[in-house]
Design a protein around this ligand. Structure first.
Ligand code: ADP
Length: 583
């Protein structure tokens, strides 16, 4: 989490200030709700001092009618205010949903280290926490709290002693709130972190249920999860205990304060300073004045959660600034120029590609080979714009990659990642990259190009076969062929295939090669990161990587024969030294 989150803070504040109208309306309603709060105490005052002393039933009835009417208005206003605040929260969330969602995805695609602030959609949950806060009685209490001093002044007008007493009581409640914040802050954070860790671990175990059961890891996995869960539970109990202490203390104290005011009032009545009506009215008014303060003390946990949510969101938005909308460039030709690029994985200080250059022209297929860890996937991620460059330049038909809108670039550069994931939806929806509405003909065209059409028709419900992220019924090879169709959806000019045949059988490999040929014939270009020779069958050029450096680059036959002769030389050297050793 970055420490400086002023940019994100101001973005959140902007979102909030757009809702200023709603806040002012709520504040306006609050004025009347709070004035009408006086209805109860005034009714008491009048009943005691007027009705009881005069024994006048018509006065009582008239008062009751007025009170019923005033309470009705108060109810309507309070109801409207609560609806307004709920909508305020909803608008806030709606306004930021897209921005936070995109920032979250961008962060997760480059930053694989997730923590309690970033994992499993946490930032969207933070936004939800903000929404809940705006719609909660707690936020409404914040509108009411400013009226507490006015009520206290009213009490002082009844009698200065009552005013002073109420003021002292109010201060004690506020001090309780402040002490609450200091004492419970650490434990509530610890409890949230511990719960997050155990939930995340559980999600992970659930997603990998098959592996866990097949390897007989169930008891061990349970023991590890139970440990995390136990820790979360302990922290949770500690935090609840602490918070509970304060809320009980403040509730009991407020109730006592109300009775004590009554006691003080009774004494003042005995002294002939006030009437019994004032005595009762003061006690009720004090209760009303301190109610919002008590709500804030009781719900301090929610205040802290909201504060944390705000800071997390501000930090995310500062780290991932809003993407500028870029001018749509015309559909590029398949001319890709990689010039002296150096790439460091996100949050890493080691370059995994060093000064790599290559040039690809329309109609070309290039194979990238090299041992594991040599930087093949890094190159794929750099070309698709996923990982930023630490040096050098990549251009697609003359324009640097960052000048393309990322969504548009993804249309032009079809990518088949090494680890393929399909999403919940149908096969067709997956090929159409989860578009809400799409042209079926384009889906079928992509599947045909990937030579997957027949295979998909053979599935139980064809293109409408449901796919599930977890526990899908499709085989590894089928998934890879659907993902190839997904990469080809929308007619890309350039195709990046990272280990495309790792799960393919013979038929799948042939289908893949057909797709590469078709792409070349259509004037596109293909880059294939490969382990197996079958994948580079249709490649005209080869790039050999080793430790992030280009070891060789040129026409396939030339590179292959160089490599073969190297192998022969090595074999000969080994044989000679072995022979020499024997002699
Ligand atoms: P290949 O695809 O040739 O197997 P990669 O490009 O995946 O190689 O990896 C190249 C190097 O980059 C490896 O040393 C690997 O450990 C490192 N690497 C890959 N991904 C990351 C990452 N997300 N963070 C840090 N280092 C990474």
């Amino acid at each position: 989490m970055s420490d400086d989150y002023s940019i994100g803070q101001s973005e959140l504040r902007d979102a909030k200030s757009d809702l200023r109208g709603l806040v002012w309306t709520a504040a306006f309603f609050s004025v009347f709700v709070n004035i009408l709060m006086l209805t109860g105490p005034l009714f008491m005052l009048q009943t005691y001092d007027r009705v009881l002393s005069t024994k006048s039933e018509p006065t009582l009835l008239a008062l009751l009618a007025i009170v019923a009417f005033l309470f009705l208005i108060m109810g309507v206003l309070d109801w409207s205010r609560s609806r307004l605040l709920t909508r305020l929260g909803a608008n806030f969330q709606d306004r930021l949903d897209k921005r936070v969602f995109q920032a979250m995805l961008k962060k997760s695609s480059t930053d694989h280290e997730v923590d309690e602030n970033t994992g499993s959609g946490q930032q969207l949950r933070d936004l939800e926490a903000m929404r809940r806060f705006y719609g909660s009685p707690l936020f409404a209490a914040l509108f009411d709290a400013p009226f507490a001093p006015i009520f206290l002044i009213g009490l002082s007008l009844f009698h200065p002693y009552i005013g002073m007493f109420a003021f002292a009581g109010g201060m004690i409640l506020i001090l309780t709130a402040v002490a609450n914040q200091y004492v419970t802050k650490t434990s509530s954070v610890k409890s949230a972190v511990a719960s997050y860790k155990s939930d995340r671990y559980c999600d992970q175990l659930q997603n990998e249920a098959e592996t866990i059961r097949s390897l007989g890891m169930q008891s061990n996995a349970f023991a590890k999860w139970a440990e995390a869960r136990k820790r979360a539970l302990e922290q949770n109990v500690r935090a609840s205990d602490l918070g509970g202490n304060f809320s009980v203390l403040s509730r009991v104290f407020r109730l006592f304060l109300q009775s004590a005011t009554l006691g003080l009032g009774a004494w003042l009545v005995l002294q002939g300073e006030i009437t019994p009506g004032v005595m009762i009215a003061s006690s009720i008014l004090l209760g009303r004045a301190l109610a919002p303060v008590e709500t804030v003390v009781n719900q301090w946990g929610a205040v802290q959660r909201t504060k944390r949510a705000w800071e997390n969101l501000a930090s995310l938005l500062s780290e991932i600034p809003e993407e500028r909308s870029l001018i749509d460039l015309p559909r590029p030709g398949a001319r890709l120029k990689v010039q002296q690029i150096t790439v460091m994985p996100p949050k890493s200080t080691v370059s995994t590609l060093k000064k790599v250059s290559l040039e690809i022209e329309p109609g070309m297929a290039v194979g990238v080979i090299g041992p594991s860890g040599s930087g093949k996937s890094t190159l794929a991620r750099a070309i698709t714009g996923l990982w930023p460059l630490a040096g050098g330049k990549i251009t697609l038909d003359g324009a640097p990659l960052h000048q393309y809108d990322p969504e548009t670039l993804a249309q032009y550069i079809g990518y088949l990642p090494q680890r393929v994931t399909l999403f919940d939806g149908t096969v067709a929806e997956n090929i159409a990259r989860l578009a809400q509405s799409f042209d079926s003909a384009r889906v079928v065209a992509a599947a045909r190009k990937a030579a997957a059409h027949e295979m998909i028709l053979g599935l139980p419900q064809g293109y409408n076969t449901p796919v599930h992220t977890i526990g899908t019924q499709l085989s590894g090879g089928q998934i890879q062929r659907i993902a190839l169709a997904r990469a080809l959806f929308g007619d890309p000019v350039f195709l990046v295939l990272d280990e495309p045949n790792s799960n393919l059988d013979n038929e799948g490999s042939m289908a893949l090669n057909e797709a590469v040929v078709a792409m070349k014939e259509a004037g596109g270009a293909v880059l294939i990161m490969a382990h197996r020779p079958a994948a580079i069958k249709e490649c005209d050029y080869l790039l050999v990587l080793e430790n992030g450096l280009v070891k060789a680059w040129g026409p396939r036959e030339k590179i292959m024969s160089e490599m073969l002769s190297n192998v022969r030389v090595i074999r000969k050297t080994v044989a000679t030294s072995a022979g020499g050793g024997l002699a």
